[in-house]
Design a protein around this ligand. Structure first.
Ligand SMILES: [Zn+2]
Length: 144
């Protein structure tokens, strides 16, 4: 019986290989040479461990955020409808808005709908440590 860690390590390694080669065939664990080809930011094989650890930290934080409060898919869809599919930060109408935690979960924010706002991928990626509640701002002032 393999440990969970070993299993997820294998899974990550395989998804890297599958992604790189676009094949459905099962693959062996990559060597560090493979890792360099298919996952260029990986310099050493041990970087898999670091990536897995980050994924684990993220999962732990999300769990903590959900203990403080959580939202349903319906609540999220109503919120997207309320703003007509617009990003509340830049005001762009995009095909797909993303769930942004107003107070990021790594700063102790909750996963309840009060702490969620719809942002476009670009705003979500570049908002940095900003915790401004654009949702409330748009409710009060609209998109002018
Ligand atoms: Zn935006």
């Amino acid at each position: 019986m393999k440990s969970n860690h070993e299993n997820s390590r294998r899974h990550l390694a395989q998804s890297v290989i599958l992604h790189g080669r676009k094949t459905g065939l099962p693959s062996p664990l990559p060597t560090s040479g493979d890792a360099l080809i298919f996952f260029p930011m990986i310099r050493r094989y041990s970087d898999f461990d670091r990536i897995l650890k980050n994924k684990q930290n993220r999962a732990d934080r999300l769990k903590q955020a959900r203990e403080k409060g959580r939202h349903t898919q319906n609540q999220w869809e109503s919120l997207v409808c309320e703003f007509g599919g617009f990003c509340v930060r830049c005001g762009m109408n995009v095909l797909r808005v993303e769930e942004d935690h107003i107070v990021p979960i790594y700063l102790g924010g909750s996963d309840s709908i009060e702490n969620i706002q719809p942002l476009c991928a670009r705003c979500n990626a570049c908002k940095g440590s900003e915790t401004f509640n654009w949702k409330e701002y748009r409710r009060e002032f609209g998109f002018v």
